[in-house]
Each structure stands twice: as structure tokens, then as C-alpha cells.
Design a protein around this ligand. Sequence first.
Ligand SMILES: Cc1cc2nc3c(=O)[nH]c(=O)nc-3n(C[C@H](O)[C@H](O)[C@H](O)COP(=O)(O)OP(=O)(O)OC[C@H]3O[C@@H](n4cnc5c(N)ncnc54)[C@H](O)[C@@H]3O)c2cc1C
Ligand code: FES
Ligand code: FES
Length: 1354
Amino acid sequence: MGEKKVIEEKEEAMKIKKTPLVFAVNGERFELDLSSVDPSTTLIDFLRNKTPFKSVKLGCGEGGCGACVVLLSKYDPLLDKVDDYTVSSCLTLLCSIDGCSITTSEGLGNSRAGFHAVHERIAGFHATQCGFCTPGMSVSMFSALSNADKSSSHDLPPRNGSSNLTAAEAEKAVSGNLCRCTGYRPLVDACKSFAKDADIEDLGDEALKNLPCYDHTKPTTFPEFLKKELKMDMSLESDPRKYRWSSPGSISELQGLLQLDNSMYVKLVAGNTSTGYYKEEKERKYSRFIDIRRLPELTVVRRDEKGVELGAAVTISKAIEVLREKENVSMLAKLANHMEKIASRFVRNTGTLGGNIMMAQRKQFPSDLTTILVAARATVKIMSIGSNVQEQFTLEEFLQQPPLEAKSLLVSLVIPSWRPLKNGSSSSDTHLLFETYRAAPRPLGNALAFLNAAFSAEVSLNATHDGVVVNDCLLAFGAYGTKHAHRARKVEDFLVGKVISDEVLMEAIGLLKDEIVPDKGTLNPGYRSSLAVTFLFEFFGSLTTNGLLNGCSKENGFESLKREAMLSSAQQIVETQEHSPVGKGIVKAGAKLQASGEAVYVDDIPSPENCLYGAFIYSTMPLARIKSIRFKENRVPEGVLGIVTYKDIPKGGQNVGNKGFFASDLLFAEEITHGAGEIIAFLVAESQKLADIAVNLVVIDYDTEGLEPPILSLEEAVEKSSLFEIPPFLKSKPVGDITKGMAEAEHKILGSKISLGSQYFFYMETQTALAVPDEDNCMLVYSSTQAPEYVHRTIAGCLGVPEHNVRVITRRVGGGFGGKVMKSMPVAAACALAATKMQRPVRTYVNRKTDMITTGGRHPMKITYSVGFKSNGKVTALDLELLLDAGLSEDISPLMPSGIQGALMKYDWGALSFNVKVCKTNTVSRTAVRAPGDVQGSYIAEAIIEKVASYLSIDVDEIRKVNLHAYESLKLFYNKKAGEATEYTLPQLWEKLDKFSGFSQRRKVVDEFNASSKWRKRGISRVPAVYGVSMRLTPGRVSVLSDGSIVVEVPGIEIGQGLWTKVKQMAAFSLGLIHCSTTSDELLEKIRVIQTDTLSMVQGSVTGGSTTSEASSEAVRICCDGLVERLLPVKAALEEKTGGPVSWDSLISQAYMQSVNMSVSNTYSPDLYSTQYLNYGVAASEVEVNILTGETTVLRTDIIYDCGKSLNPAVDLGQIEGAFVQGLGFFMLEEYLMNSDGLIVTDSTWTYKIPTVDTIPRQFNVEILNSGHHKNRVLSSKASGEPPLLLAASVHCAVRAAVKEANKQIQTWSNNQQGVDMSFDLPVPATMAVVKEFCGLNVVEKYLDWKIKQRKNI
Ligand SMILES: Cc1cc2nc3c(=O)[nH]c(=O)nc-3n(C[C@H](O)[C@H](O)[C@H](O)COP(=O)(O)OP(=O)(O)OC[C@H]3O[C@@H](n4cnc5c(N)ncnc54)[C@H](O)[C@@H]3O)c2cc1C
Ligand code: FES
Ligand code: FES
């Protein structure tokens, strides 16, 4: 750059008022007076509340979901270089972005400036459903693309339109982002479509043809104005007395700052990501924040022959880069590989090494970093600020010291170079071994480990060369429920000098088990200890026969243990043309808006003037009198306006929290709370942040005197007859004669038991509403609900006003899954009540923890059954007793038995007796979660079939087949729902899947694999699903405006299921029947489906039960027919006049001139019986279980699903995949646990693990069976929203098969054919800990014992 230009720029910059905090968002300059900024303000707070950029979504507030991810760009004026990386804006402090440029998804592209290729591809690959996660996904993908282009390791020129990204990197690009809807595969495909090595054919050439290319020559733009200011060194001016945020550039400056305040109230911050875990930190009041990331000593990166020194403020991402620079140093590369599994990329990009170590040192955080660094013999440099002296300790020593004082600083850490000990020898016989391990529910990270470990050892061949001797070793373990990373010193001492043998290993394991003992209260202690044994065995086991040193490690079968399979893409979209555009896989309406983040959700609606914010106060006691609600120290916190309770319900109103199905639930507990998690009150404050903070300062005084003990178990509920009534029409009906069926049986299993737990919805958008008081005692409420009509009724009932005083509007919902039917009502009602009381608008966006604690989730249940069957496995009778935990209120619980029975009857049980008790307990009220009851019913059926197969020792697939319905038995069990014989496609699907998935051949391959693999076992399983649905009364309205554009209103809510898209297609098809010169595809472009408004469209009922899209489409079809009827005479007259074809627009102009009524409302009122139908699907899943760790990899899933004539096969495919993956979560991962008082304790992204991209089937093939025409269905279509969820049971069954193989192997080691029970029931969810437990916590010891005995010929 020329000197003159530099001077000019400097002069220009001087003119700009120097202000402490300057940054850019999407190219727009923001300048804040630092003295007016609360330094605890996060970037997301600022973006969402003070800018128009709402694409940044709040999903968790703890760094665990990725919904809030933005791109942060930094400019280095000296190097004239821009670095950019993703960060979680919920953990990034606003003050820390001085001089940075932030790009959100709408900053990448938008509807006005044009969408970015990433947005277009997400839409084109059908990779968005509710769209709430999508802006975060877009930014993560974009960042992966731009970083791949910048990275020097990628020098291959990309193919035209693709980027330098590899397919493997594409998969990892979104590994930290959660999506509850799509099942991830389309997201990965969208990202992979940019990869230079992607198999384009696999992804679908056609899909790509119409999508824009990636322009890698266009990097992110860092605003020029900001560059100029940075060249002027516009760093934070730090007049420390004026500002509460400082960013010192030297240690002496830091010392000066620390002297200003009492150290208790000063917070040193680096990346601030620790507040994602220690959430209470966000609420602590600090007088000063000091950003330590500019201190040169803390940013040092030094490498010499002594080792690598990394400053404490070096981010984990940077450290990974540095450690990988010298690929030949394997220990450093292994450290880097392990670090890549810490959190997610957007956390590692700001989270520092020092921050992590300090969390571990001061607060015993279950760190990975400290464990692996202890094993690498790292040291740390500590500086006590007062003394200015640096001290050096080993990390191990440092961790054991008392928590570092607030005024002290961790300066850096040093990883020493590692040289052989033995006589300084570098003999080829001496080897340095280093390995790290972690067992966590997500292989690619974003999950804390159950246990982590890292071992280093120096070994050499012993003198006689027939064994390996340990010269030295260091064995570090952590995160298993211990205060700090722990060295197993007794084991180390024992091993040094020993030749590794099975006997030595056995003895070492014995010592290890005494040393690695989780602290009391740690979850799964036995599992964690067994992992320690596993890892020790893996490390040394390969040396027992000096295998590793000979270049072969097969002896103990470890060869296949570390593998990371890639996701492959495969999808089948079968389009039909008959009713075009119905039947086409057209892109989802609003998909690009969702990707860019412009789609508006309730919390994106700007707050009206004077708006207040609420937060729920809930009970933590199961049954207690509420004596008082007060604040700690009886001091009302800043910004709090009041607490709304049932006492605030206006005269004439009722304390109702929901209305719709059965008895209404309370909005607020009154004198007595009946369950932990029950809502007691609603605190109202000036901001959401203040409300959320203040709620934690509320104290509820309880009293249990004179009250019965709470009912916390199903058995207690039955004993005390604490049951909800099931209305007669919902009572389950027996099928056939159970006594006769039992008498016909040749075998019986009596009184067998199954238990099933709960599942949380985990919609990405938590519950939210905004209530705005209107004139004449009216109330306008924006609600994120699946049931606006019932929200409406609830509010009117609660406020005691006529229903016409209330209006509820819902445009779209960021994921519902049943959770926004009943559970959205109290949220909206509380806002409306508070708004009435305060006469100001009131809104709430419920935080993730409160949402998880108060909304309940699925019904836990216990099942006892007796089954009779013939010797060929044909069941003759099933007698089933079921206890259902409804929690403290009725909600929809009486509907559950019919759902359970409906799906259970997928097999011909001969005769069925089915008894359900809906128990009332003192726990949170349970509700409908996607496929409510059906998923449990379907699973119970599989568990029974598995039991029969085990009993008879017959292949379970045979037993399934034998018990599949013939059409006659189907009719017997399902009556009219069974439809006609031709509709019963299940047997066809069953056979087709065999060919489609190669099921029979693959079973043989699985057997071969199991025979040769010791530590990994495979299982494969095929299961059917039958799911009954029924259609409901549904209104609709279609209006044509004067320019020919069309507005469609339906009561169904777009929750991600593609309702708008199907409705649009149906409107285009139906209006196209007028046959003017404008085609249906052109008409499609003219249609807009608008928000649901309960005053505009009454009788809207509920979006749920999988049929709302169909019913809404049908309502719209009827309306369109009405319009066509009105328009046909106009068209005929016009054609006659013009003598040629008439375009839509001219037809509409003419109709307007003739004052034709261009709006038609009508209602689809199905006949209940003729419109009930059954859905069918079959899935086969193959899994691989690591029996040493309990980890399951779903290798492949094939699904064939009968969609009838799909209205939109792309949308339905997305529903099938998404539902399956949500089911996978239920069966394999998600534990929704309560404490002994019934309070939910898995209440965050830290403890509740939904599937991520690395836990879905590696190969996922879905075929939609386009079964034929049917007059009673909407254009012959079938439902797809819920039924496929049931098919995820195939994974669970396959895991059971694999575990069985593991047990068979143990039997052979035990020489005891009786020892292992093969008819075990594998619990749901089959988490890693569960799988390991069923494979044997002591499998390693058994194996070694067997080997030793074999050798000794015992
Ligand atoms: C979603 C999520 C998942 C995670 N998963 C894992 C995981 O699986 N394994 C794992 O090991 N870690 C995990 N972490 C932890 C993560 O590594 C740390 O949050 C991060 O490294 C902390 O760095 P920071 O710069 O953000 O620290 P900050 O939050 O800025 O600081 C943390 C604490 O240390 C103090 N501090 C920071 N630096 C210094 C210093 N140099 N001297 C003295 N005090 C200092 C601060 O005052 C503060 O009290 C996860 C974090 C998140 C948010
Ligand atoms: S909201 Fe920030 S990661 Fe979830
Ligand atoms: S589309 Fe990803 S959470 Fe809904």
C-alpha cells in the first residue's frame, strides 16, 4: 500500500470519533459507549434485542446446540489479513468483539440481496423443516467452506462450482449443531454438494443442476471502514474508572486494573465459554471484567527442541492447528485429535486452553484437556499478579493445589519433548507409546466423556526378545466422577519393569479397579470403572505377545477398534405427475427464508413499546403446601415488576392452563403443589434476562405437615387407586377369546415385565408467546403453538372474557413434536394474564432448563404380559397389563391406551386382552410426544416377539414373519381401519425390503463378521410398523386478489412438516383445473399460505396426528373447487370474447370487474370411519457394537414406507428420516431422568443427548412406496409425520442381537453354557452404559482369565 494512501487513511480515521466499542454486523457499523454497556451482555442478547438481525436463534444458551452460531472475523492490520471462524453468540461477550466483524446468516445472503449458495443448497436438498436450527447450520457450513479455501493443506483446484472442502470435512462441519427435525442426512448432503471429492451421482445430479455454484473467489468481506479504524489502533480505550470492561495489553496494565477493585468482584475472561456450563456465572454481579486475551505472555506459541509452549489464551482450535504442524511427532498429533472432540468447533474457536484448565483446577470440571496433558507430562506457568514472579509446576501438581486465587494468572503450558528414559537409549528396541481415549455418547464430540484417559509408556523388547517390558509409564484418567485428572500410580509402579503378559495385565486391572473409583453420587459408576479397564487393556493388550512392536496387533482383536465411517447419501424420490404439481418433490415453502434466518418466529417479532418479560416459577417439591413466595433476603431484584399467581386471575376468570381435550389443568398451583415441575407463578420483569435471573432468587417456603406422602411410583398409584378415568369410547377392547387362545398355546411365558421411560421433545425453539392488550379488554396473543384454537379458549377462560375478545396468531413454530399442543397453552395464558394485570404487553421465551423441567414429555410406563404360543412361534394369546404414568394431571393421557394398542396390534396375537391403568402421580404432567403411545406399543410388540424367539431359540425374523397379519386377522384386530385387502401393503413391504436391503445375504455377512471379530459384534434386524390415523374436521379459505395472487388460510400450523408446501401444491393443482393458459406450476408461484389467526378461521383444532397436512390440503381443494365453479362462466365468456386461451391474470381482472366473490371458505368434514386408515412401513437396521465401550454405530438402515400417493415425496422423505432419527434418540440415547422428588434432572444440552450427525445411520436408504389410488384418502396420499418413528425400534432390536452375540462369546470363554441369560430384555434407551452392562462390565477380565486358563490347560 502506498505511503500516501496510508497517511490519507490515518487522517480519515482520526476524524472518526474514537469510541471504545466499535464493530460491524453484516457490514453495518455499530458504535457503543462502553460505559453504558453491561459487560455481561452476550452477543446474542445484543443481536436479537438491539439489531434487526434475528437469524441468530437461542436454542440453549449454553454452547450446546449451534442455533446461535455466527461468523466472527478479525482483521490483522499488520499482516493485512482477515481470519474468520464460527462462535456461539450465546457465550460470546459483546464487549469482547471490539474491532470485529460479525456475519449472521442473513448477512451471507437474503431475500433482498439474493440468497447465498449455502441457503440455496439447503433448500434444494430439502434440508430444512421447522427451520429453527437452519441459520446456525448455514453459518457453520459457510465457515467450513471458506476455511477450506483458506487452508494451505488444500491445494487442489476445486471443480467448477465446488469448494476446497472434502466430503469428510463436510460431515464434520455441522457436527456441533443440533437439528431435531431433519435427521441430518440432507444437511450433510447439502454441505457435501460443495465438496471437491463428493460423489455427485450419489447426491443426485438433478438436484445439483438447478442450484447455484459456490463462488470461492468471493471471501467474506471485512468492512473497509473497520479496517481503517483498526489501522489507527482503535483498541478499547481503557480509562479503568469509567468502564467496567478492560482489555489490558500488558501484565503491568493488568496489575493496575486488579488493584482498583476487590478481586472477588473482578472477572478475568478469555473466551467466556465456561458460562455455558457454570450458568450461575452469568448471573453473578462483577464490578469489572478483564479480557486477558491481549496479554502477549498468554498468546505465545513457541516450539523448540525442548517442547511446545502454548499461552493460556491460545484457543483450542489454534492449539490443534499448532500441534498438527509437525505431523511426525505422533504424540502431538494425538493430542490434537483428542482436542478435536472437545465441545464443538464453534466453542473450540473461542474456548482457550487456560480457561479449560482453570475450570478443572478451580471447579473440578470434567476436562479432557487436563487428562491428556497430564499424560503428556505438561507443566504450567503461574503468575501471582502481586509478585510478578512466574512459577512452574507440573500440571498434575497444579491440579491438586487449592483453587488458584482470583488474582493469579495461568500464563502458559509447556508440553515437553519426549525422549526415551532407558539409559538415554534410542535403540530400535525401545518404543515410546502414547494414546488417548474417551468414551462419550457422540463420537465426534459435543458431549462430555463418561471417562477419558491418556497413557504414555516407554517399552522395549526384553532381553530374550520374547516379550515387551515396560520401562516407564504414565496412566492418566479423568472425567469419571473424580475431582481432577488422576494418575493410577499404583498401576504405573506395578507395571514398570514388568514384561507385559495376560497375567500381568490381570493384576494391573485388579489394582486399577481399586484406584479408579468414581465419587459417590456419580451416574453409572460401574460403567465408568469398566471403561478404565477397557482402555488399559486396549493400550497394553496389544503388547502381550509383543504384537504391536512386531507391527501386528491382531492377537487380542484390536485391529478394527478405531474407525470413523463416513455417512453415505441415498434417497429415492418417486414423483407422480397425475395431479401435478401435487406429487412433485418441490422445495419447501419458505426454505430459503429459513436458511437465511429471515423467517419470523414468535420471539422474532419486535417487542412492542413498554413490553415486559416473564419467567416461570415452578415447584421443586412433589406434594407440599405453598406457604409463601418471596425473594432471597426479601429484596426485590432490580427490574422486577411483580409475580403473577392464581390470585391474579380476574373476576369471572378461571385458573385454567389448558382447555381442549379432557378436564382442564390448572395454570398455577394454588395452595398445594402436586408435582415437582408444576408451575406456581409467573415473574414479570423489564427484560427476559432480568426475569430469568430474578426467578433464581425466588424462595418458596413449603410445608408438608398433615399431607400424605407423595405418589412417586406407578405401584403406589395403583395401591392408592390414584387413577384417571378413561372415557368408555377410548377404553381398549379385547380381541378374540384370550382363555381359548391360552388354551391353544403349546408354550407360555407368564408375567414378563417391560419398563419404558420418558422422552423430551427437544424442539429447538422453546415455548414462547407474546400477549398484547388491545382496546375494550381484548387480547392479541402470538403463540408458538400447534393448537391456536385451544390456546384461544384457554386464554378466554382464564381471563373470564368472551372468546371474541381474544385473538391468537401463529405463523410458524420452531418444532413442536406434540409439545406445543397442551404445553403451549399455559405459556400463552400466563402472558395474557400478566398483560391484563400490568396492562402492558408481556412476552416470554422460556429458557431450556425451565422448558425441560415443566413440559413433561412422554409417558413412562410399566408393562406386565403373559403370552401363549405354538412351537413354531405363532402367538395364540397375549394378555397385557399396562400402568401409565400420566403425572399430576390428565392432559391427553386418556388417549394414550388407544395409541398403544393400535401399534401393538401390528402382529396377529391370536387373542388379545389389553388392560391399561392411567396413573395419577405427583410428577410433572406428561403429554403427547410424536407418535404418542404408538411408539411404545410397537416396541412392546417387538419385545414380546424377541422373548418368544429366545424362548424357542428360533430366529426372531422367522417369528416376526409367522405373526404378521393376514388380511383376515388384520380386519379382526383393526375393524374398518383395515380398509380393503389391496390396501394392506405390509407383506409386500416386508418382502420388498429383503431385496431392497439385501437383508438375507447381509445376515450371513453379519454372522461371518461376528465369528471373526472379538470386540465388535454386529446385529441386524427387520421390524414392521402399523400406525392408524384419522382425519378431522378442517376449515380452509382461498382468496384471489386483484392482481391474481392467491392467499390461502388453513388452521394447520407449519411446524416443519411441510404443510404449507403441500397446501400450496394442492391449491395450484385445484385452481389449475380451470384450464386457463397459466399452468399449475405458474399458479404455484402466485400462492401464499398465511399465518393462522383464530378470529379469521375458527374451529382450527390441533395440528397433530400426522393428518393435518392432508386435511388442510383437502379443505383447500374444496375451496378451490368453489372458486373454479365461480370462475368457469367468466372464463367461458372471456374465451368467447377473445377467441383464444385466457390467462389467469386476465380471468381474475374480469372476475373483479364482474364483482365475483373471490374468496371461498369451506370445511372438510370427513366421515370418521371412512377416513381412518392404517400406515405401513418396514425397516432393517444393522448395527455394530463395541463391546469394550458399549458404543453403538448404526451402520445401515433401509426403510420402505407406504406413502400412498405422496403429495410431496421430498417432504415425506424428510419426515420419514427425521421421525426415524427422533425415534433413534428415544431407543438409544435420550435419558429424561428425575430425582427422588420427581424433579427432572437431565435439564440441559449437557445432560440430555439427542442424536447428532455422528449418531445417525452411516448409510440411510429410504424408499417411498407409491401405493395406489384410494378414494377415501386425500388424492390417495398417506401420513408420514409420526409412523416412521416406530421403525427406529429396528436399531434397538439389532443392538440386542449384537449384545446376544457378545454374550455367546462370553459363554465360550466361561466354558459354561448355562451361565448367560439369552432372553434378556435390553432397556430403552440402550445407552452406551446399558449396552456395556449387558455385554458384561467385566468382559476384559473374563477374556484374560479364559486365555490364562487355556494356556495353563485348566
Ligand atoms: C458446549 C461445551 C462443551 C464442552 N465440552 C468439553 C469437553 O467435552 N471436554 C472438555 O475438556 N471441555 C469441554 N468444554 C469446556 C471448554 O473447553 C471450556 O469452556 C473452554 O476451554 C474455556 O475457555 P474460555 O477461554 O472460554 O474460558 P473462560 O470462560 O473465559 O474462563 C473460564 C474460567 O477460567 C478463568 N480463566 C480463564 N483464563 C485464565 C487464566 N489464564 N488465568 C486464570 N484464570 C483464567 C476465568 O476467570 C473463568 O473463571 C466444553 C464447553 C462447552 C461450552
Ligand atoms: S443457543 Fe448458543 S449454542 Fe445453543
Ligand atoms: S429443521 Fe432443524 S431443528 Fe427443525
